[in-house]
Design a protein around this ligand. Structure first.
Ligand code: ADP
Ligand code: MG
Length: 703
């Protein structure tokens, strides 16, 4: 058996958290820092110097030799540049380990190669990282040794955000301010800060590393570009919540321990729907911490997988024909004294504050459905959204029976008199305990579902950062709260005004509520009738970022400037074009250098066999038929390959930006599909020993 792990002892041991700070920092310094964290006060350099010194001493005790400003540029992954703590040798040739307040607070990576969407030219490439002291520093242990990682935001010389973190922090400030206004209207005078809480459920696949290394498509693009369906897929649902295999269990154990040491509250783990698919969810945390932790989770999954001879696939759609991976983003808004604004209570119809919050969220999501959709747009996610496994590409809200009933009462009669009750669950088995039934069932097909005391935004891709969905959520809800407060603060009779406003919002935005089957064809038609946008691809989603509506919204709350939004749109188009270009080139490479040669070998083998069998005086009908079938598909493959190579080459003539992204979407992707068709058929015919790469079956069932 494995060794005993004392979770409460190891939890957070590599984090410079509140306990460590309290222990190590002089009282005055600790107080100053807390003020900065809690009230957003600026930190003076003298205080920062003391903190930096203590942080360094603590990190060195953990074995750290380097520190890094850890940031999240717009590449979708984290970035870091390591500096060791050593200072220039003195006369005696010895070095000291030093780390100043300035080095803690501010960094200046030469970051000219990060995407900036035109915000910087390479000749004016200064970029700064600034310490986000609301997310704790940590020591990461890996092959590089131990490194002190300091979570930072990344901005340009002129202060524009070049990362995921800066706008997220700005949006948290927006929702803080507007939520406090709303709470004050209801007589709350005690809450001092309101923060969005986020719990992301991370899905991923695990495959055998050796097999992974034989698939150039997985190596270069993170997903398979060819592959016939195995005899068995996910139809039996026997993997979902199934017993976790020992090899995977050992992996999960190590992932959990690593995460706990880093203060990440890894909580839930289970097998997911597709074979070789799994999920990990932490306990929810403040939005910016949750964003950082999710990056740590993704990195840890990858790193630990390597140690177990496994490869972790975070791509949204590693395999065609079975479910892809997403990241349900659970979101709520909570005060520093523990009030969750999304808690309906036992009798939601009487909870006016909750009903106003709910009405505001309906309004926000309906008004800015395009922005939410865009925030989940990602090249890989195009394979999921609307493809009958993940939520549809149409944004709607699931409220559940109880709340929908309250909303209907309010809209039709203007007053809500009762809330449906959950009652007891009757299993028909006397020996089972009485289980209280929730007032509301779940709906797995909804992209935005109310689940008790939080909303679950289910569109986010598994590989994507959760920063932008939460930035959008925070801002659109802050805006709805703000507009409601503008009216209610001026109202002569608050009771009447709030009642009227709730009714108005619910009535105006009722169309966003949908409790039915989001995967159905009828819903697509119904949504169209209701005028809800159905944005099918990333390229069609990007324009939402730069509409006048979006610019006005984000500028009003200081979350994004017009320039920043335009730069982000540009980066998204570029990212899309680049990703599809790599996929196309990988297909060309694999088809030309691996598949066609393998099939030619197989046809030669068949031809030789036909000759030998005929010479021996026997009938070679089957061999001849196979040879003809294979040759015909080979010829289709060659033709499709030439066509793909041709359109890929012509991409060079298309203007960069939106035009190029559309070209890849409209012209290159169909050519890729045309090539995949005959290749997948060939895989079903050609001798398995001659096929140049592991099959879907090998990858998904032999882990
Ligand atoms: P589910 O049954 O939908 O998977 P869980 O209770 O397991 O729900 O929660 C899923 C995720 O939602 C977890 O990360 C959990 O911590 C998070 N979560 C729970 N409550 C809240 C909340 N009030 N706000 C934000 N996230 C939450
Ligand atoms: Mg869930």
């Amino acid at each position: 058996m494995s060794e005993f792990i004392n979770v409460s002892r190891i939890f957070g041991e590599n984090v410079f958290n509140d306990t460590v700070m309290q222990e190590r920092l002089p009282k005055k310094v600790y107080k100053e820092l807390k003020k900065t964290i809690e009230e957003g006060k600026e930190l003076d350099l003298a205080t920062a110097d003391v903190i930096a010194h203590e942080m360094k001493e603590w990190a060195i005790e953990k074995g750290a030799t380097h520190y890094t400003h850890w940031f999240q540029p717009l590449t979708g992954v984290t970035a870091e540049k390591h500096d060791s703590f050593i200072s220039a040798p003195k006369d005696d040739g010895k070095v000291l380990m030093s780390f100043s307040g300035k080095e803690l607070i501010k960094g200046e990576p030469d970051a000219s190669s990060f995407p900036s969407g035109g915000l910087r030219a390479t000749f004016e490439a200064r970029g700064y990282t600034a310490w986000d002291c609301t997310s704790p520093a940590f020591v990461r242990q890996d092959a590089a040794g131990a490194t002190l990682c300091i979570p930072t935001a990344f901005c340009s010389y002129t202060g524009e955000a070049l990362d995921q973190k800066t706008p997220l922090l700005r949006s948290m400030e927006a929702i803080n301010i507007q939520s406090l206004r709303l709470l004050r209207l209801f007589g709350n005078t005690t809450s001092r800060r309101v923060t969005p809480s986020v719990g992301p459920e991370q899905e991923y696949f695990l495959v055998d590393k050796e097999k992974y290394l034989q698939r150039k498509d997985l190596i270069y693009t993170g997903r398979t570009l060819f592959g016939a369906m195995p005899p068995k897929g996910q139809e039996l649902d026997d993997h979902y919540f199934g017993t976790i295999r020992q090899r995977i269990a050992a992996f999960m154990k190590e992932v959990n321990e690593e995460l706990w040491r880093l203060g990440v509250t890894a909580k839930t783990q289970h097998n997911e729907v597709a074979p070789a698919q799994h999920e990990l969810a932490p306990i929810y945390a403040e939005a910016n911490v949750a964003v950082d932790h999710n990056q740590i989770v993704m990195k840890t999954l990858k790193m630990v997988a390597c140690r177990h001879g496994l490869q972790c696939l975070l791509h949204e759609k590693p395999f065609a024909g079975v479910n892809g991976s997403g990241k349900h983003n659970n979101w709520s808004v909570t005060t520093d004294d523990g009030i969750n604004l999304l808690e309906p209570g036992v009798t939601p119809h009487e909870n006016i504050q909750f009903l106003l919050v709910l009405a505001c969220i309906l309004k926000a999501v309906d008004t800015h459905a395009d922005l939410l959709r865009e925030s989940a747009a990602d090249v890989g996610n195009d394979h999921r959204l609307g493809a009958n496994e993940a939520p549809p590409a149409i944004i709607s809200i699931f409220l559940g029976e109880q709340l929908e009933d309250v909303v209907e009462q309010l809209i039709s009669t203007g007053i809500a008199t009762h809330s449906l009750k959950g009652g007891k669950l009757d299993t028909g088995v006397k020996t089972l305990p009485d289980v209280a039934r929730d007032a509301t069932d779940r709906n797995r097909t909804s992209p935005f579902a109310f689940t008790g005391n939080k909303f679950e935004f289910r569109m986010v891709g598994s590989k994507d950062s959760i920063a932008s969905p939460n930035t959008v959520l925070n801002t659109i809800v802050a805006d709805a709260f703000g507009e409601a407060c503008d009216l209610l603060e001026k109202a002569e009779d608050f009771e009447v005004a709030v009642h009227d406003l709730i009714k108005k919002y619910l009535t105006d935005h009722q169309r966003i509520i949908f409790n039915g089957n989001g995967y159905s064809e009828e819903w697509v038609k119904e949504a169209e009738r209701r005028g809800l946008p159905n944005i099918k691809s990333m390229v069609d989603a990007i324009p939402a970022l730069t509409t006048e509506k979006a610019v006005a919204l984000f500028e009003k709350y200081g979350v994004f400037s017009r320039k920043e939004l335009e730069s982000r749109a540009e980066i998204q188009y570029e990212a899309y074009a680049k990703a599809i270009n790599i996929e196309a080139r990988t297909m060309i490479d694999i088809a030309g250098k691996q598949i066609i040669p393998a099939v030619i070998r197989y046809t030669r083998f068949l031809a030789d066999t036909v000759n030998a069998v005929t010479a021996a005086g026997a009938e070679a009908g089957v061999q001849t038929e196979l040879l003809q079938e294979t040759s015909a598909l080979l010829s289709d493959t060659k033709e499709a390959l030439s066509k793909l190579a041709d359109v890929e080459r012509k991409a060079g003539e298309v203007e960069e930006g939106a035009a190029l992204a559309h070209y890849f979407h409209d012209t290159v992707i169909p050519a890729m599909e045309k090539l995949r068709g005959p290749v997948d058929l060939l895989e079903m015919i050609v001798d398995k020993d001659m096929w140049p790469m592991p099959s879907y079956g090998d990858l998904m069932f032999e882990v």
